[in-house]
Design a protein around this ligand. Structure first.
Ligand SMILES: Nc1ncnc2c1ncn2[C@@H]1O[C@H](COP(=O)(O)OP(=O)(O)OP(=O)(O)O)[C@@H](O)[C@H]1O
Ligand SMILES: [Mg+2]
Length: 315
């Protein structure tokens, strides 16, 4: 049994294409679409697979799009625990305007997850044959799900000694932090919304992160700062890791790749210093690929070695 379970309450099939020029009213000729599985936890599972690490993806799924999602995940050999739902799995749409290179991302809200289906999610998590070491809760909430549902999930996991890793935003993130989790990965925008400060400079980021740890909201906080890298704080640990400068093609999936790198580091027993660098290496490696593509393992290895040997720890 894999030691990592990911939970994606609002999964998607991402449909990507390109068009010559995006203009209103006219028919736009698009290139053949590419279909990929998506949603926070599902992407974490896919990224872990690239690191030769198995996980179980737990997610609600419904309709023909849901069937496609399952097939796409099977093709990537991701172990799945789907919960059948009445509502159809959403399909997000990504289109690149090749005349400008600009990418347009259309995100759908997702179908409602009904109360009985939510209870089924909890049941599936409780009935896993073996307890995982980590439960990664990642992505947005579909309609019908209150933040308190995630709190119930996190509380049940913690009671069993499972370490909860969280990458979500808004009221869901606030509720989970109030409950207390093992690791949280807000980006700077998510952190600043929590603190109520609009523009956080790197010193303020470290201060706000330290507050989260001191107030018992999480044991480890990794604040991702896009091209500026990440700030990592835990009890007796503070570290800033600048992102290596690379030729950026698309930042889609950078956050999910980073979470996968962090969980991989922890599950393989690396120090927090190494784990944080591995997370940044995965995030940055993901930006080197176009569209919704995640990272290449060879890029991660190169960036990790560079970060490990070039960047001293700053405490
Ligand atoms: N332009 C960039 N150049 C280099 N590295 C980057 C860049 N953008 C993101 N990264 C890497 O990816 C990590 C996560 O990125 P970011 O802070 O943008 O996460 P996020 O906002 O949660 O992303 P997502 O949109 O996927 O949710 C960063 O810490 C960094 O290592
Ligand atoms: Mg994110």
């Amino acid at each position: 049994m894999p030691r990592i379970v990911t939970l994606t309450l609002n999964p998607t099939v991402d449909k990507s294409t390109t068009a010559g020029q995006i203009i209103p009213d006219q028919k736009l000729r698009c290139t053949p679409p590419k279909f990929e599985p998506g949603g926070g936890g599902i992407n974490v599972s896919r990224a872990l697979k690239r690191l030769a690490t198995d996980s179980v993806a737990v997610f609600p799924v419904g309709g023909p799009s849901g069937l496609l999602l399952r097939q796409l995940l099977s093709a990537e050999e991701i172990e799945q625990c789907p919960i059948e739902t009445e509502g159809w799995t959403r399909e997000n749409f990504i289109v690149v305007d090749t005349s400008t290179g600009q990418q347009y991302r259309f995100g759908m809200p997702g179908a409602e997850l009904r109360p009985g289906e939510q209870q089924q999610v909890i049941r599936v998590l409780q009935e896993l044959t073996e307890l995982p070491e980590f439960l990664v809760i990642s992505g947005s909430l579909p309609p019908g799900v209150e933040p308190d549902f995630l709190v119930q999930v996190a509380r049940a996991a913690k009671k069993l000694g499972v370490k909860v890793v969280v990458d979500t935003s808004g009221p869901a993130l606030l509720a989970l932090l109030a409950e207390g989790v093992y690791l949280a990965k807000p980006n700077v925008g998510e952190l600043s919304k929590m603190t109520g400060v609009e523009e956080l400079d790197s010193e303020a980021v470290a201060g706000a992160a330290r507050q989260l740890v001191e107030n018992g909201k999480c044991e480890i906080v990794v604040v991702s700062m896009g091209p500026q890298g990440a700030c990592v704080v835990a009890a007796n640990h503070a570290d800033y890791i600048p992102a290596p400068s690379v030729k950026k093609r698309s930042t889609v999936g950078a956050g999910d790749s980073m979470v996968a790198g962090l969980v991989y580091g922890l599950v393989s027993g690396r120090s927090l210093r190494e784990t944080a660098r591995f997370g940044v290496a995965c995030g940055t490696a993901a930006t080197m690929n176009p569209g919704t593509e995640l990272f290449k393992k060879a890029d991660v290895d190169k960036l990790y070695q560079w970060l490990l040997h070039t960047m001293p720890a700053q405490v």
